[in-house]
Design a protein around this ligand. Sequence first.
Ligand code: NAD
Length: 273
Amino acid sequence: MEEREIEASPIRVAVVGAAGRMGREVLMAVHAADGLELVSAVDREHSGVNAREFGSKFPDLTIQPKLGAALDAAPADVLVDFSHASSAPGHAQSALKRGVSPVLGVTGMSDGDLRELGLQCRELGVPAMYVPNFAIGAVLMMRFAEIAARWMPDAEIIELHHDRKEDAPSGTAMRTAELIQRGRTGPAPSKPVPALKVPGARGANFQDVHIHSVRLRGLVAHQQVMFGGHGEVLTLRHDSMDRASFMEGVKLAVRSVRLLQGLTVGLESLLFD
Ligand code: NAD
């Protein structure tokens, strides 16, 4: 599609996982956004329900049960997926073969899934994004953590989420640990080995970073990264107080994805390059 055409007409957006916690937020955000047009809402639950029943800020759109049929009935440019990691590869394939760019927000996709998705994007010439965290502040926190790791390689992550989150550690915590490891170009981290009175007391060890996962009612999505030095501690903290915090990132990805090539992971390249 020509860039001129992309700018002139609204970007048609389909949402899968539309009746879930994140999906509902996306329905409201896309419905209210300039230059975006919500064309279908898909979820295996609440099928046949009009989204207006969720509240007055929702679009007048009936929830469809099947993604393929919905994309055939109402052509889209971008598919936003907040369903489940087990369904996301199939959804992405369904979108790509119709020339629709997937923006995947589900967490817990495997490296193999992402490799396969990247190959499909190249083969079909349709770009896609996989974004484990859409909150701009969280992306900045990860960037700052990578910078700090060069000078303060001893780091621990405490990630805190609501009690219905299925995976642990969070995708954001694992990505942060990878970036810390990548940023450790200076002194090596020290490796204390305390005697554990209770197994697991030191949390999970991923990329030589200990990650502690808290799951509690009342929380949304929060992360603290602590760096220890000689007589000093640096703490980076990010809090998503509300699911609305993810929506600026979702809209940025929806507006940008068709201008990219292949599979882009994370919002970083849109924010920093
Ligand atoms: P949720 O359980 O509230 O919603 C998921 C919805 O998807 C449900 O309504 C379910 O019926 C639907 N669904 C599942 N499989 C489906 C399928 N095959 N076809 C159609 N619909 C299907 O979950 P949630 O809290 O909204 O989170 C969804 C995902 O988003 C999770 O993976 C979560 O970790 C992730 N998440 C990502 C970010 C981010 O910034 N990337 C932020 C928050 C949550």
